[in-house]
Design a protein. Sequence first.
Length: 107
Amino acid sequence: MSHEKVAVLLLLVFTAISTNPVIGTNCSERQKARIMKLCEPYIRKGNLVQLPTRNGPCCLKVRSLQKKDAQMMQCVAGLLNSEDIQKYDATKVKYLSVSCKYRKAML
């Protein structure tokens, strides 16, 4: 299979992941970029798990997107390209919805 065919196939797979036809989840590259910028320390690849503060800019953005669609972080994780995957952990991106929703503020 040629490189062009592989690239098209990967693009189709990422498109299928980022838009769930059953629930209509649809996120944009702009939303992904905003999450990557605000939540970067919490989603980097590596062994250390650092949780965002509940009322910090990352969680505020995550919750605002989750209000639009409960599956938004799943969608954002589906938009990660090969360059993003080198730096960011898709599981950590998906988990932002949980860590920002349920974490109590630290005193």
